[in-house]
Design a protein around this ligand. Structure first.
Ligand code: ZN
Ligand code: ZN
Ligand code: FE
Length: 755
């Protein structure tokens, strides 16, 4: 008898992989166990040599939804007593490290049972099995068994108990398993769901409790209903995601290729952002945006809703007031959403942690996460350098939390804008849960350097209460480190990071956001940045691209003429603004690339005032897509002594000239992206000459921009750079917490003064 330890990496969780391994073991006569782990499926097998060989060969033909990237086999010493069975473990426990799987869309076998009138789970809205259903959102602690999930409210009936204890069955140790006799119910039963479907058809807005919280739903093709929802949510033109009844309807809404379609249908069931195809729907749900985010029904309740006749495309937006967390509890939902929804669909399966839908957008056929949440949280990544037990809270917007045992890092679901106290509460409960699940005893807590962030203040309190260290990490250094972690860059290999985003507190107290940093986890040196302009009135100016455009015009030695759209938009504010900018009163310098996009967007009369974060840049990109670029002058590169500066004056001047020459707006918008990418590339080449570092990393929220990313990536590759882009965590502030953990592990974090 010999023993082997096998680790299988790839898409192996939530795809029926463990039952597949179990069957392989039964057929080849080996014993042992199989479990999900932090980076794959872990198997221990015991048996005679030929049987183990046969077992390993069987692993080469995995179930249809799985993808095996790597099989690592190790010989291990045999146990004192060989097990006489083969077992499936729900989660892997190894030296105190256990991972809870993400929530997974209902599987095809469960859907079949749900559609079968003779099945005891016929039309049961909470059907689940070992391969599907909620996990992360219902887990309250460890060990991961039914007692430590919110399913504790529903003791298994005799029949469900038999399923649960049958290792050959599809529900062996499936914690969320239940049936109509013993499990959760919709308040008002299926009749209520039928009613909701017809309410949606007649234009009402319905709040529907799902897997990670409530959605606000309405008929996406009903222009009035969508406008009403927009008004009630005080959302301005911010895009809504939609849920399409099936994949063919999804294809009629957005242009997506095979890869994007398979992501849409994957067990994680994210929102996939694709180029809009349906013009009328597009104008209503995502005005000014070239794309629509679409998802497929993922909870059984969604499938039933469509079966009962709900409109084939629904707006499905997070059930919250702007900036607040998504509602998860019926009482709280009735209270907070009563002004938004006409009616409610509640159920009694408790949600322990809120979890918004994940969002993915493909750039050059590579999936880029915009929001990593339901279906992928918690995300576990190995740290490429050893650290210690710690917790990180991210920045302010799009926050996630991250906990680490020094060897692995676990990134939480999307938490949101932690400038609201409600969201800060979710940050706290998320950290409490993750620390418990991953058995972390934090020795330090890490936040952004921005002293005004509530999350940084919360971290400081956390540190005082526990008498542990509180560290701060510079915003763009954290962005950079998050990219290095996901590419498993080792701690001695430097990378040239191009960090472009909206707002990040700089080491000099100004606002950074257009930086070229060279270094690694421990240290990053600022070799180049955009020439700072003045932000009139500080952060408040980010709501007014016309004011930023005016500042850029001054910085570019251009006079404020009324034929320039931004100046026309300023109207009576002109003289006050001029005196602020010339005297520098209440102005903060910024090198933010986000602000440069705001300026261009306003100068081209695309957007003068933003109603949601990133609007001006998103609308500029949407206009640029699909147009012929007008060639504009590149930004100038200035040797500023302490580093290079990318001065956008020539670009701004050229843009105004093109505008005055009557060139098409779309083409100028396109040319702006192209010229900026060219300037950044030249700057990167200069920094490479200085440092010898030829691996470039693209990070920061601006890299959600497909046009800029494509140009810059293409240029850099042409110049001989290796290019790293985000595939695991988002380039935006959703990745900060992971980066903060890595910088702290590298010893590059700054100790906060206590008090
Ligand atoms: Zn299932
Ligand atoms: Zn039951
Ligand atoms: Fe950022």
């Amino acid at each position: 008898m010999i023993s082997r330890s096998i680790r299988i990496r790839g898409i192996v969780q939530g795809v029926g992989f463990r039952p597949f391994v179990y069957r392989a073991a039964m057929e080849t006569g080996v014993t042992g166990s199989v479990a999900n782990g932090p980076s794959g499926v872990y198997v221990q097998v015991h048996g005679e040599g030929p049987a183990i060989d046969a077992f390993i060969r069987r692993l080469d033909s995995p179930p249809p939804m799985a993808r095996v990237d790597e099989i690592m086999i190790e010989t291990i010493s045999s146990p004192v007593r060989f097990p006489d069975t083969f077992t499936i473990s729900e989660s892997f426990d190894h030296g105190g490290r256990t991972t809870i799987p993400p929530d997974t869309a209902v599987c095809s076998q469960c859907l079949q049972e749900m559609a079968d009138p003779n099945d005891r789970r016929y039309r049961y809205p909470f059907i689940a099995c070992t391969d599907c259903g909620p996990r992360f959102t219902i887990t309250t602690g460890l060990p991961y068994d039914r007692e430590h999930t919110t399913m504790v409210d529903f003791p298994l009936c005799a029949e469900c108990r038999i399923d649960y204890e049958d290792p050959g069955g599809r529900r062996y140790h499936a914690q969320p398993t239940a049936c109509p006799q013993c499990g959760p119910q919709i308040t008002g039963g299926l009749e209520r769901l039928r009613e909701a479907a017809s309410e949606l058809t007649s234009g009402r807005i319905v709040a529907i409790k799902g897997v990670g919280g409530y959605h606000l739903a309405c008929n996406a093709r009903d222009v009035d209903a969508v406008a009403t929802l927009r008004r009630r949510k005080a959302r301005g033109p911010k895009p809504f995601a939609v849920m399409a009844r099936d994949v063919s309807i999804a294809h009629s809404i957005v242009d997506i290729d095979d890869l994007e379609t398979s992501t849409l249908q994957s067990p994680g069931a994210p929102i996939v952002v694709g180029t809009a195809r349906d013009e009328q729907l597009h104008r209503s749900v995502a005005p000014g945006n070239g794309s629509i985010g679409v998802m497929l029904p993922y909870a059984p309740i969604h499938h039933l809703l469509f079966e009962f006749g709900a409109p084939e495309v629904l707006v499905m937006t997070s059930g919250n007031l702007s900036d607040e967390p998504i509602c998860i509890d019926p009482v709280e939902a009735e209270l907070r959403l009563s002004g938004l929804a006409d009616s409610f669909v509640h159920h009694d399966r408790r949600i322990h942690l809120p979890c918004d839908d994940s969002v993915i957008r493909f750039i050059e056929h590579v999936p880029q996460p915009i929001r990593r949440s339901r279906g992928s949280a918690p995300t576990s990544l190995p740290l490429p350098l050893p650290g210690s037990h710690c917790v990180a809270v991210g920045g302010e917007l799009k926050a996630t939390a991250c906990v680490s045992d020094g060897e692995y890092a676990w990134v939480s679901q999307h938490i949101g804008d932690t400038s609201s106290l409600e969201t800060l509460g979710v940050l706290e409960s998320t950290i409490t849960t993750l620390v418990d699940i991953q058995r972390i005893t934090p020795r330090s807590i890490i936040s952004d350097l921005h002293p005004g962030y509530l999350s940084a203040q919360w971290a400081s309190r956390f540190a005082r209460e526990r008498d542990i260290d509180h560290f701060g990490v510079q915003h763009h250094h954290a962005h950079m480190a998050s990219l290095l972690v996901e590419h498993e860059v080792d701690p001695v290999t430097p990378v040239l990071a191009i960090a472009l985003d909206g707002t990040g507190y700089g080491l000099d107290g100004t606002i950074w956001g257009g930086e070229i940093l060279v270094g690694g986890y421990r240290e990053a040196v600022r070799y180049a940045h955009l020439t700072p302009i003045l932000l009139p009135g500080g952060d408040a100016a980010t709501k007014h691209p016309d004011r930023i455009a005016a500042s850029y015009l001054l910085a570019s030695d251009m006079t404020w003429e009324d034929d320039i759209p931004s100046i026309g938009s300023l109207g009576q504010n002109q003289s006050l603004l001029r005196s602020m900018l010339t005297k520098g009163t209440s102005c903060i310098p910024t090198s933010s690339a986000g602000r440069l996009f705001d300026a261009a967007s306003s100068l081209l009369d695309v957007c003068h005032e933003v109603q949601y974060e990133g609007q001006a840049a998103i609308e500029l990109e949407a206009i640029a897509l699909g147009s012929e670029p007008v060639v504009l002058p590149e930004p100038a590169i200035i040797d500023a002594g302490g580093g290079w500066q990318l001065d956008s004056s020539p670009l701004i001047q050229g843009l105004i000239e093109a505008l005055r020459a009557g060139q098409p707006i779309a083409g100028i918008a396109h040319g702006f992206h192209q010229a900026l990418a060219a300037g950044l590339t030249r700057c990167a080449v200069l920094v490479r000459e200085q440092t010898g570092v030829a691996t470039a990393g693209l990070t920061g929220g601006v890299f959600a921009n497909r046009v800029l990313t494509s140009y810059l990536q293409g240029n850099l590759v042409q110049e001989g750079f290796g290019v790293l882009t985000h595939r695991v965590v988002p380039p935006n502030d959703g990745g900060l917490a992971l980066g903060q953990v890595a910088v702290a592990a590298g010893g590059g974090a700054l100790r906060w003064r206590s008090g």
